[in-house]
Design a protein around this ligand. Structure first.
Ligand code: FES
Ligand code: FES
Length: 160
């Protein structure tokens, strides 16, 4: 199948790409663009390690054929989020709460937490659990991750 051409905004930058339409978004991000913060763990859409935001919604990029994304799609990865104030607040809260062990799940967790907090800056514990339900962590038992998102919510800046 012939390549398709797309222009997306990736982490705030207009980016023109050519790729086979079935190429996974995760491969484009990691292999073509060097954005290796998004991780591949299960590769089957089950664990959330590869989560990025597409038009502000969290998606698992390991099962997303990139040809489905039209021109003008807005993509935010962990590399873009960590440059934003809210992203830094979330990362700091994860550090302070000791919410990181091996760290492999954490980029996806931070992306999912960011997606939650930009829409709902004062989430309940239930809302946090629901927002992170697609992100699996084999190390932490989740308690400290939930605490970290709660702490970040208490520090949400006015401007995003
Ligand atoms: S690596 Fe994509 S969901 Fe697990
Ligand atoms: S910290 Fe190891 S998988 Fe979450």
């Amino acid at each position: 199948m012939s390549n398709v051409q797309r222009t997306w905004t990736i982490n705030g930058k207009q980016t023109k790409l050519r790729f086979p339409p079935g190429r996974r978004l995760l491969d484009i991000l990691r292999d073509d663009l060097g954005l290796t913060g998004s991780k591949e763990s299960c590769g089957e859409g089950e664990c959330g390690a590869c989560t990025v935001l597409v038009n502000k919604e969290p998606v698992v990029s390991c099962i997303l054929p990139a040809g489905q994304l039209v021109n003008g799609t807005d993509i935010l990865t962990i590399e873009g989020i960590e440059k934003k104030r809210i992203g830094r607040v979330i990362q700091q809260a994860f550090l302070e709460c000791g919410a990181v062990q091996c760290g492999f799940c954490i980029p996806g967790m931070v992306v999912a937490a960011y997606a939650l907090l930009i829409k709902n800056p004062k989430p309940s514990v239930r809302a946090i659990r629901e927002a992170l339900a697609g992100n699996l962590c084999r190390c932490t038992g989740y308690t400290k991750i939930i605490q970290a998102v709660k702490l970040a919510a208490t520090r949400m800046p006015q401007r995003k």
